[in-house]
Write a protein that binds this ligand. Sequence first.
Ligand SMILES: [Zn+2]
Length: 404
Amino acid sequence: MKRERTDVDHMSKFFSAGDQDISRGLTTDVYFQRTEEILRTRGLLEVPTLVEFTVSSLPDQWPWAVLCGTEEMIRLFEGRDVDLYALPEGSLFTSRSQRGIKLPVARVEGGYGQFCSLETPALGFICYATGVATMSARCKLAANGRPVLSFGVRRMHPALAPVIDRSSFIGGCDGVSSLKGAELVGRPASGTMPHTLVIMMGDQREAFRAYGQVVDPSVPRVALTDTFFDEKVEALMAAEEMPGLQAVRLDTPGSRRGNMADIVREVRWELDLHGHPQVKVFVSGGLNERKVQELAAAGADGFGVGTAISNAPTVDFAMDIVERDGRAVAKRGKFGGRKYVFRCPDCLGYEVSLDLSSPPQCSCGQEMRWAEVKVLEKGRRLVPEENAETIREKVLRQLERVAL
Ligand SMILES: [Zn+2]
């Protein structure tokens, strides 16, 4: 049997692809390699092509999503002889325009051979990161202004930790837990103490005291208060043993969660009753957007969300040819032709047009504006990268105008 070419010239220690593997197209689906080979024999590799990235519908009936992963997509195409247009990273978008046309979030133009082998990784970058960013944004909205921390890196392959943390931060999370992720977003890593510390120290009071004495004073004093005893008992112990206690974290195991909202109310009550109204109540463990909403209403002050964010549904973008050799074309189910994406500055609605010079009118009455940015010209970058903090600020401003 003939073996497919893989060009694997090194093995990494762990089962993850390196930057070079991805950039060279080694994580691509093999059928693109075969397509390349066939087109080469027929002299068709350099036929000018225009491709679009669209999604037919968003998962779980999400009304909008937060575009994320475009920075990595830009880096993937950089240096190839292509032009790349994209909505800015952090754009809230809908799968369809107001008329129901599938909305391109990015388009690439160039000889097809320039990017045939990059379709798989390009999709992987935006499908995963957009899902994570969107779920983070939904949890942030559900928290109704309270902080949400991204705690999900432990549920995914460690190679993904940086992209999980960056995407969740861009989506609106206030902090991330991994050291690499924190470095990438430019904020100190967020975290409290694990149950293992309490167990290793022998009892809660010892652990609370030691944390207060040993951990750098710049680190917020937050105690985990559900290791051995009831949450409200350990919360009071923490308030007594850890000077400057700012919050307790409840990570109550599932088997004990008869009614987590009531546990939050009780702990709040007990802290107030004993003169600790300034101590906040944080909750983590098995949270999702629905539970965050419920616990926020019960008085919880902050949330650590793990699996729901790192295992968010992927947004199933597809890359499709819409123009070949200057002529509009599309497979069944897709809208052919070069389109320009416009956005309403007021209600954030989208429309596509075949003509860049005549902006469509939004259903709200406003004139829309061209929303795409030309990022690459002949593979050369035209606009600088935005840092995660700036992108997150833009996301938070857009979230003020939408609902879950
Ligand atoms: Zn509008």
